[in-house]
Design a protein around this ligand. Structure first.
Ligand code: SF4
Ligand code: SF4
Length: 206
């Protein structure tokens, strides 16, 4: 039988009299270290609905569904915790840096159904004021307008959203609602919020 090396014996004796390196989980709650990558959560107020997180997710754990039915025009963003690999790419590449953030939750054991392990948020779409087609989520438009500040005044659509975000433009003025009749495109249409197709037409006609 080989005798233990002196160094190993020393370590064994030392560990007998030192506190445990592991936590007492599950008897006591375990608090992971500060930068631990746990379950990601959307933070609705900071998310613009831009979908950048879904595009960079290597596990395809973020699902995007655009629902455009009659009076409904919204984008649904769902993070599936059963597919997530906790890599943190969504948080690192989030447009606002706070729209989706990893928590320190690590204990995902549950009796819930797998398909229930998810979080879904919804974002209202901006609709074209001419044809009522969805353009981008409203929060994304406002985010861009605020980011540009006075520079957004060079773009009619962004200007309207900027004014709306500071309470100087009425919602109805710039949001006709889904299912509205397409408005005639003329010179004055240029100062409305338009989808790329109607914008091209308005520019050509003016
Ligand atoms: S942590 Fe990684 S796998 Fe999980 S949702 Fe974010 S990008 Fe996808
Ligand atoms: S704002 Fe962030 S969390 Fe929201 S859709 Fe864009 S990248 Fe994802």
């Amino acid at each position: 039988m080989r005798l233990p090396k002196v160094r190993e014996l020393k370590e064994a004796i030392k560990s007998l009299f030192s506190p445990a390196y592991t936590s007492d989980f599950p008897r006591k709650p375990h608090i992971p270290y500060e930068r631990f990558r746990g379950r990601p959560y959307f933070h609705e107020e900071d998310c613009t609905g831009c979908t950048a997180c879904a595009q960079v997710c290597p596990a395809k754990a973020i699902e995007i569904n655009d629902e455009i039915k009659g009076a409904l025009a919204k984008r649904k963003l769902t993070v599936h915790w059963d597919i997530c690999i906790f890599c943190g790419q969504c948080q690192a590449n989030c447009l606002t840096a706070k729209g989706i953030m990893l928590s320190r939750e690590f204990d995902l054991a549950t009796t819930e159904k797998r398909e229930d392990l998810k979080q879904t948020i919804e974002k209202e779409f901006v609709l074209c004021e001419s044809c009522a087609e969805p353009i981008v989520p409203y929060d994304q438009y406002v985010w861009v307008a605020k980011k540009l500040g006075p520079l957004s005044f060079t773009n009619a659509s962004l200007l309207l959203f900027y004014l709306r975000s500071i309470g100087l433009a009425l919602k109805e003025r710039i949001h006709p609602g889904p299912g509205s009749k397409p408005a005639a495109i003329n010179r004055s249409t240029r100062i409305k919020t338009l989808c790329p197709r109607c914008r091209r037409e308005a520019v050509l006609k003016s």
